[in-house]
Design a protein around this ligand. Sequence first.
Ligand code: ACO
Length: 323
Amino acid sequence: MIRSVVRGFGAALPKRVVTNSEMEKIVDTSDEWIFQRTGIRQRHIAGADETTASLGEQAARAALANAGLTIDDIDMIVVATSTPDNTFPATAVNIQNRLGMHHGFAFDVQAVCTGFVYAVTTADAYIRGGLAKRALVIGAETFSRLLDWTDRTTCVLFGDGAGALILEATTGEGTNSDRGVLTASLRSDGAHKDKLFVDGGPSSTGTVGVLRMEGREVFKYAVGMITDVIHSAFDATGTTSEDLDWLVPHQANRRIIDGSAKKLGIPPEKVVITVDQHGNTSAASIPLAIAAAAGDGRIKKGDLVMLEAMGGGFTWGAVLLRW
Ligand code: ACO
């Protein structure tokens, strides 16, 4: 059976780092409040010369170098983003062009913070369906451009960045010992669409809009939704928390991550944390965390890795893969 195996990874962060103490100069907040409630210490913010596509391109180049491949070896690009450079064309074709790729196909998926989980699942389905042999899967965001910088309840939470994985079609045995994506569990429920949204768009206001969030409401649902999809992924494969080597969560908030891991019985030393360094980079947070943990040798070949996210929509999902 065909499995989508991770062949390479890469990451890119804007040059400018904004610490919590710098945020104190922008809104009425404190390093203590931000760190205690979210676990965030700093975030990267895109400069005038940095966009979602430029960060995505950098992450893609890093992933190609890591995999020892060139762009000629890729036949599909999927970009997860809610902050495209343009309303259309897709950021994926922008990145395709920047990489000098003029074959194959490229498109965006939009599932906000769950975007990368949806994108990996989409690429895996295309690969298993025989439509592509190697997919470049990118999560790239510039949420700083969607923020109301006078709203202290939201602007302290987010950051910019991009990460990428290359998935490659490989023949497996059809067992849990196979490397590659083993299962995915995706969910959404638009009944929650007004709890976390952007108050503009081409078809409604004709403006870009800014992010609006009922933080407490999001918090209330997060742990239950995340643990539900993780349980589904365990059930589908007959695995348990004890089999897991790494949990790579979407990096929204340390309290959500710790609460989910605790409920699942996953010890803290198996959880990859980057929210302190990057803040919430939405669809970019999981591939950034993967690049950190695979880059320093924590995630190793053969490890069982769970990716999970929850975000605007609400959308939520999990992917179980063997590295
Ligand atoms: N600095 C200082 N004080 C603040 C700040 C700030 N940046 N923001 C809010 N406050 C104040 C509030 O005004 C309020 O003051 P009051 O008691 O005088 O009215 C007080 O802090 C408590 O506010 P709450 O909103 O109740 O704070 P809470 O403990 O819920 O923390 C937070 C807020 C961090 C947003 C939390 O609700 C949360 O993490 N929610 C999840 C949201 C999230 O992570 N979203 C990311 C996108 S979705 C996803 O990726 C999962």
